[in-house]
Ligand binder design. Structure first.
Ligand code: C2E
Ligand code: CA
Ligand code: CA
Length: 567
């Protein structure tokens, strides 16, 4: 006799009892995965016996109700989760006790057991409904982050996480997609994309929506490549016509499970960090969490924590890289560049500037640098020297600060330094709101007689409209324009030539940075660019060294092949 038959038998046995009608196991089959009583007529003994899947999942069932009226006659309904959300499974294993006859008392106990079961069944219904709401996303009609968290936790608890990778994904160019095909279609495409990803997965793998255009997944390590392939680009039809297709892709951060991870949040965070890095820093379609990234994060944490102290103790020093006139090889000024003296080591800017930019601490550093530059200029002037112009770098992060121009002026005035000795270097921006704020800043500084320079011109997407709309004083041509060629017919050389003549006509001066060779100097002169900065002359120098260069005034470069001439 099958289990279900036995259950029906029990049901019919109690047919006369009013509580019997309270449950019907057949209809529950979708919600309650399995109900498996094994009954014998006569006497019953209820005994808990964890089902196979519970054993497989390595979890002990959770006891919800416990009946034990008689040591010979007892029932222990158990409730445990199987496959987490596929359904909650209640399993009873009831065995007849040999030699004991079914009597009124046994009947009474069995009835109570069934009544109790009816209650549990109701709570299971509720639980399932509740669980569905908490673990599903209405907009995408998909699983949500809660689901993902439960699923990863389960794999961690079962000790299986090393066979899985956690993904954090962001759909690429969602804004562009929405403006091309409309918001509603955009949502539809994302929903279908998620379904497509789900199709290639097998339980317990899963994919879910985190929120917005962020998705998450847990994927078996041997399925990762196939999953990544879909992420790189997939055509989705969102309508009936051939035109109604969109190629969607996503950037992913991936954290492969390993014994080093004990918490779900650690893995999700790691994957998210990698996604952000892939998207915003490295500009790659995906990035796996690894040791190097761990180090970077540790470095970032260290930098942020050490920063306030480092400012207080003046661990940041100004280095000066000379700017030279190509007309007479005279030192005309310098760019102030930051060096961090930490624990007897000089930390280069690329180890801390990007970290400080993220946390906006960079604004404090830039004003600190300006302050120290002004202090140096004051000293030069007080000791009778002829001061030269100094450029200081100001991060884009400052553009959110409407008080910046006032803070710059106050700092310069604190040391009574002539405004024309300071040049504020700003990197170009593609964002129109940033460009607007940059324009306002440049106008305000210009009113104060403080010059501005477009740093790294030619890197990324130089915007001609920015040059047209904002009255910068100087264009600083990035060394990438110089690196590849000294052939004036080369495309980047042709561009550079025209950029220089355009800037000059717009009333800006031009300076080339990263100049390393005599050929580059020759080319610059041919293009009418007569100011340069780079290793050809000098690296960024400690203040005392730079002061020597200023005193010497001119670089002797006729016979030189390196920058040792002035030393
Ligand atoms: P940057 O403003 O473009 O500065 C020029 C960088 O190019 C400097 O690197 C300089 O040492 C390097 N350089 C100069 N000449 C040559 C050359 O001939 N060949 C090559 N290969 N490189 C050359 P550094 O000092 O490591 O600074 C890196 C970046 O860090 C700077 O790029 C700037 O973006 C940032 N930075 C440095 N100090 C500050 C600061 O005080 N505030 C802010 N916001 N950023 C800073
Ligand atoms: Ca600069
Ligand atoms: Ca630069």
């Amino acid at each position: 006799m099958g289990e279900w038959d036995q259950f029906s038998l029990l049901q019919s046995f109690f047919m006369k009892e009013e509580k019997i009608g309270a449950f019907d196991c057949q209809e529950d089959k979708s919600n309650i995965a399995q109900i498996a009583p094994v009954f014998g007529i006569g006497a019953v003994e209820f005994e808990e016996k964890p089902g196979d899947s519970a054993l497989r999942s390595g979890r002990r069932p959770q006891v919800v109700t416990y009946y034990k009226e008689d040591p010979d006659l007892w029932a222990q309904p158990v409730l445990w989760e199987r496959e987490t959300f596929a359904g909650t499974m209640i399993r009873f294993v009831c065995r007849p006790k040999k030699g004991v006859l079914w009597d009124d008392e046994a009947r009474y106990l069995a009835q109570r057991f069934i009544a109790g079961f009816g209650l549990i069944k109701k709570s299971v219904y509720l639980l399932n409904g509740f669980r569905y709401t908490v673990t599903h996303d209405r907009v995408f009609d998909s699983k949500n982050l809660n689901y993902g968290i439960f699923r990863i936790t389960e794999l961690l608890e079962q000790g299986q996480i090393d066979q899985y990778a956690v993904f954090f994904m962001n759909v690429n160019s969602t804004g562009e997609m929405n403006s091309q095909i409309g918001r509603a279609n955009g949502t539809k495409v994302m929903r279908l994309f998620l379904q497509k990803l789900e199709e290639v997965l097998e339980e317990p793998e899963a994919v879910w929506r985190v929120g917005g255009d962020n998705l998450g997944a847990v994927v078996r390590t041997d399925h990762v490549d196939r999953f990544l392939e879909i992420l790189q680009g997939t055509h989705i039809s969102y309508g009936s016509t051939e035109d109604e297709q969109y190629r969607i892709s996503a950037t992913a951060g991936i954290c492969v499970g390993s014994p080093e991870f004990h918490k779900t949040s650690e893995m999700v965070d790691a994957a998210q960090i990698c996604m952000n890095m892939a998207r915003y820093t490295k500009h790659v379609p995906y990035l796996f969490y690894n040791r190097q990234i761990v180090q970077m994060l540790e470095n970032a944490k260290h930098v942020e924590m050490a920063f306030p102290d480092a400012i207080d103790h003046e661990e940041f020093k100004v280095y000066y890289q000379p700017k030279v006139s190509l007309l007479n090889n005279e030192v005309i000024g310098a760019e102030a560049l930051c060096r961090w003296f930490r624990d007897g080591e000089i930390v280069p800017p690329d180890r801390f500037i990007p970290v400080l930019e993220k946390s906006r601490l960079i604004c404090d550093l830039d004003l600190y640098m300006l302050d120290h530059v002004c202090r140096d200029i004051r000293n030069w002037m007080d000791s009778g020297g002829k001061p030269v112009e100094i450029s200081t770098n100001f991060s884009r992060m400052h553009l959110n600060n409407p008080l910046l121009s006032r803070q710059i002026v106050e700092t310069i005035d604190r040391y009574n330094v002539p405004h024309e000795l300071i040049i504020v270097e700003l990197t170009e921006t593609t964002s129109s709101s940033f460009a607007k704020r940059m324009g306002e800043l440049v106008y305000r500084l210009k009113d104060e007689g403080i010059r501005t320079s477009v740093d790294d011109f030619g890197v990324g997407y130089s915007s001609m409209s920015m040059l047209r709309d904002i009255p910068f004083s100087e264009l600083k041509i990035d060394r990438s324009f110089l690196t590849y060629t000294t052939d004036t017919r080369d495309r980047s050389a042709v561009m550079m030539k025209h950029v220089i003549s355009m800037a000059t006509e717009l009333g800006m001066s031009c300076i080339a940075e990263g100049v390393e060779t005599p050929d580059q100097i020759r080319m610059l002169k041919e293009m009418d660019c007569f100011r340069a900065q780079g290793f050809y002359f000098d690296q960024p120098l400690p203040r005392e060294e730079f002061e020597k260069r200023v005193r010497k005034r001119v670089y002797e470069i006729n016979s030189r092949s390196d920058s040792e001439q002035m030393r």
